[in-house]
Design a protein around this ligand. Structure first.
Ligand SMILES: *Cc1c(COP(=O)(O)O)cnc(C)c1O
Length: 370
């Protein structure tokens, strides 16, 4: 049997190990100077210098961003159902209601028309997900939010929050994702485009939100034992920040490699629908997601067992149908995507031989099924 090609593969080098060792030797492990430096460097490298706040996971980042923005009971936040459950979980954990709407079928992101139809008096925010590394249409979403906020006082204007967990470095109209919303969360989980082990990084639009996020991150205090609000402990450790700082210097090269791998797959795959990229967008290919219209699970199984090509279904069950949410909703594009999507390896560790094997396997299975 040939060596299987993994669906994802975190790259940890000597530099990351040395950085962790440096922190170990310092004896100061918890949140400290490494986290502060990571926040500053991440902001400069990926979100045009916006202020950033690090957390112990991407999910904590969403949760703290929502708390800092004042989202809570009685509020509605519009989210896609076709995403990882963390998006809606973070909303629900504030006491607010996640309102699930459909995606547009081309880029798998929130459908602005569906978003507009879901707006009510209680809508506090829209939280698009830049799914698979392709930006959501933030221009259209912002226009809808503005239109429905025109007669509202400043504190009731509909806001945009970005779930950029999968989209480090993606751009929309030339601006990086993470610079559009009041806050934007990037995940640093090991399979994401860069990692800190576990972790999250929020970019924030203003100093007030930044301050409130820092308060909620640390038991409600900025100065020790002077707790201002009820908060959590969602701090990142200096060990994790040290890994993240090194990864930040490498993520640009990895993204380029992902894009080159995607271009090779685009040019050579046959009989399957390859991912589209909007004219306004650069895609960073956290996932390279095709559609298989007939027997997707059989297709995936053949790739894995007959050809040793790792692949994944993100996501097989729409959030609104999970036992944790159970909403009676008709979201046809979401259901269709959940039944058809299949993500192929696109990560920067793929060799030329791996890419050729992926193409040969997909084309053979596609032809057999046609
Ligand atoms: C990974 C992910 C999250 C959560 O990030 P964690 O770091 O795993 O907590 C949230 N939303 C999306 C879309 C994700 O892919």
């Amino acid at each position: 049997m040939v060596q299987p090609i993994p669906a994802a593969k975190p790259i940890i080098g000597k530099e990351e190990r040395e950085a962790v060792d440096r922190v170990m030797q310092s004896g100061m492990l918890a949140q400290g100077p490494e986290v502060a430096a990571f926040e500053q460097e991440f902001g400069a490298a990926l979100v045009s210098g916006r202020a950033c706040v690090a957390t112990n996971s991407g999910t904590s980042g969403l949760h703290l961003g929502l708390l800092a923005a004042g989202v809570g009971p009685g509020d509605e936040v519009i989210v896609p159902s076709f995403t990882f459950a963390a998006t809606a979980n973070s909303v629900a954990l504030t006491g607010a209601t996640p309102v699930f709407v459909d995606i547009e079928p081309t880029y798998f992101c929130l459908d602005p028309v569906a978003v507009e139809a879901a707006i009510t008096e209680k809508t506090k925010a829209v939280m698009p997900v830049h799914l698979f590394g392709h930006p959501a249409n933030v221009t259209a979403l912002q226009a809808i939010a503005d239109k429905h906020s025109a007669d509202k006082p400043a504190e009731r204007r509909i806001q945009i929050y970005e779930d950029a967990a999968q989209a480090h470095g993606a751009t929309w109209n030339g601006a990086p994702v993470g610079t559009f919303g009041e806050f934007a969360m990037f995940s640093l989980y090991p399979t994401k485009n860069m990692t800190s082990g576990e972790g999250g990084m929020n970019s924030v639009a203003n100093a007030d939100l930044e301050r409130r996020m820092r308060l909620f991150r640390n038991q409600g205090m900025l100065k020790q034992y002077e707790n201002e609000v009820v908060g959590l402990n969602n701090r990142m450790t200096d060990l994790h920040a040290a890994i993240g700082r090194v990864q930040l210097t490498k993520v640009g090269g990895w993204t380029k490699q992902r894009q080159e791998n995607a271009a090779f797959l685009d040019a050579n795959l046959q009989g399957v629908a390859v991912p589209a990229v909007a004219a306004e967008a650069t895609h960073v290919y956290h996932q390279y997601t095709i559609r298989v219209t007939e027997d997707r699970d059989g297709f995936a199984n053949a790739l894995r067992t007959e050809y040793g090509v790792g692949c994944g279904v993100y996501y097989p069950i729409p959030n609104h149908r999970l036992p944790s949410f159970q909403r009676e909703l008709d979201l046809p594009e979401t259901e269709k995507a959940a039944a058809e999507v299949l993500s192929l390896p696109v990560h920067p560790s793929l060799s030329e031989e791996d890419l050729n094997r992926i193409v040969a396997a997909v084309n053979t299975v596609a032809k057999a099924g046609a």
